[in-house]
Design a protein around this ligand. Structure first.
Ligand code: PEP
Ligand code: MN
Length: 281
């Protein structure tokens, strides 16, 4: 039975069976997501240089963060903006993450990136714009590698779960669902975090659920409170953008937190995790 069918039947707390169980999901190196611990996956929107990535990873690792994010292939709206470093970006991510014993999550933007990203990263991100790119879903579905599937910013929950079914139809059940904000009529935000979806998907599907307060708000001043909301709604992890100098970032600077905010992030969001009887790592 597909997970979409399970969801349509249940719309109530899922009874996991051997056939459907995904949580807790072992991502490697002691990072097991969907259990007691809530994992921060953090780093710059784009890998820009070795120094930028290393400074970011070092600050995060000192705070206890185990998963480094960063884009090497960027799905930019305009072709006139920075499109990512490509392979050198992947190499920087891998080198820096190994130095600090972190896992790497990065996006495969196209089917042809999948073998390289799978070789260099620990978790493959499928971006919001690609949620319904079925050949890409099939390509990552062929692998035994964790996949973080972002929700399309104009996709329903059913469409999102159908996309996850495309991944698992090829055998890969190591899927995390990431709510990264959906289109809103309000011009104050880039998008709006659908906390309803986090709560519903967490209780009615077997997948770990990740909240992305950076893309959901587009504003660094809202990232911490909205991350708190994601944790309160039941998220198993958070995908958050940090940059050593947000004002000079080549992508998503306005929503990137400076490294000086790492301790404040852990303190505020960790308190909500504690209130939910979980631990923020
Ligand atoms: C990103 O994580 O930097 C990104 C481009 O995300 P999204 O696909 O959610 O826009
Ligand atoms: Mn980004």
């Amino acid at each position: 039975m597909s997970i979409l069918q399970v969801y349509q039947i249940m719309i109530q707390p899922i009874q996991e069976t051997q056939d459907t169980a995904v949580r807790p999901l072992d991502l490697g190196s002691g990072v097991v997501i969907g259990g007691q611990e809530i994992f921060l996956m953090a780093g710059p929107c784009s890998v820009e240089s070795y120094e930028q990535t290393r400074r970011t990873a070092e600050t995060l690792a000192i705070a206890g963060c185990r998963v480094l994010r960063g884009g090497a292939y960027k799905p930019r709206t305009s072709p006139d903006t920075f499109q990512g470093l490509g392979l050198p970006g992947l190499e920087i991510l891998r080198t820096v993450a190994d130095e600090f014993d972190m896992l790497v999550i990065t996006e495969a933007l196209a089917v042809e990136h999948v073998p390289l990203v799978a070789a260099m990263a620990d978790i493959i991100q499928i971006g919001s714009r690609n949620m319904q790119h079925n050949p890409l879903l099939w390509a990552v579905g062929e692998l035994d590698k964790p996949v973080l599937l972002k929700r399309g910013f104009m996709s329903t929950i059913s469409e999102w779960l159908a996309a996850a079914d495309h991944v698992q139809s090829r055998g890969n059940r190591r899927i995390m669902l990431c709510e990264r904000g959906i289109r809103t009529f309000d011009a104050a935000f880039g998008n709006t975090l659908d906390t309803n979806a986090i709560a519903l998907v967490r209780q009615s599907t077997p997948y770990p659920v990740i909240a992305d307060p950076s893309h959901a708000t587009g504003r660094s001043d809202l990232v911490i409170p909205v991350a708190c909301a994601g944790v309160a709604a039941g998220a198993d992890g958070l995908l958050v953008e940090f940059h050593p100098d947000p004002q000079s970032a080549l992508s998503d600077g306005p929503q990137s937190l400076p490294l000086s905010m790492v301790p404040a992030f852990y303190e505020a969001v960790g308190a909500i995790a504690t209130a939910c009887e979980r631990d923020l790592v």
